[in-house]
Design a binder for this molecule. Structure first.
Ligand code: ZN
Length: 194
């Protein structure tokens, strides 16, 4: 089978078109963003059915931007959530039934992809990486380094959170959700401000 950069598609886009979009959206074409494009595509092709899907990204790095580039799901509209397990995985699930598919970068499938493997496991310093070869390898591999599994999202996670009462903080005077406690989280030390 002929592999080549030009015949790999990411949704309706060619890999080259996706790379261009990614550069303007993300600032650069990070390897994780490129793999993320294939992950979104792969997840969509393996959806268990249903019409409206929400997404969970298990990392805050790169993957959320692949989702936001290729789907209507964004952090801002709440259809994309990050639950940071540190694993390179995304889950698409039906928001009414919770039926979903989880797609992950499969370490077992990385053996024959040397550049991807050494990038993923951080085996060499960034300046020693051959980024052109890495990108070519990612496009060549496409979905071949991915695996998927069915998942069922818990009903308490699917339920819309009830809107809390808003009160004024006794310390800063700004408004915050009452359930956070006596003071707002900002005044309780959550922010890294000196
Ligand atoms: Zn406050």
């Amino acid at each position: 089978m002929k592999h080549g950069t030009s015949d790999r598609k990411i949704g309706p886009l060619t890999a080259e078109e996706y790379i261009e979009k990614g550069k303007s959206f993300h600032g650069s074409m990070a390897p994780g963003l490129l793999i993320g494009g294939f992950m979104v595509d792969y997840a969509r092709k393996n959806l268990p059915g249903g019409e409206f899907f929400d997404v969970i990204s298990e990392t805050g790095h790169c993957l959320p931007d692949a989702v936001q580039l290729l789907t209507p799901c964004t952090i801002g509209n709440g259809w994309l959530k990050i639950i940071d397990t540190g694993r390179f995985a995304i889950t698409f699930y039906d928001k009414s039934t919770g039926d979903g598919v989880r797609v992950y970068l499969d370490p077992k499938k990385l053996e024959s992809w040397e550049e991807i493997n050494s990038w993923f496991f951080r085996l060499k310093p960034k300046k020693e990486q051959d980024s052109e070869k890495l990108v070519a390898e990612i496009i060549d591999a496409g979905p071949e380094i991915l695996s998927h599994e069915p998942v069922k999202v818990r009903s308490d996670f699917l339920a819309r959170p009830h809107k809390e009462r808003i009160v004024l903080c006794s310390s800063c005077g700004e408004a915050y959700p009452e359930g956070h406690g006596e003071k707002c989280m900002g005044c309780s030390g959550l922010l890294p401000f000196i």
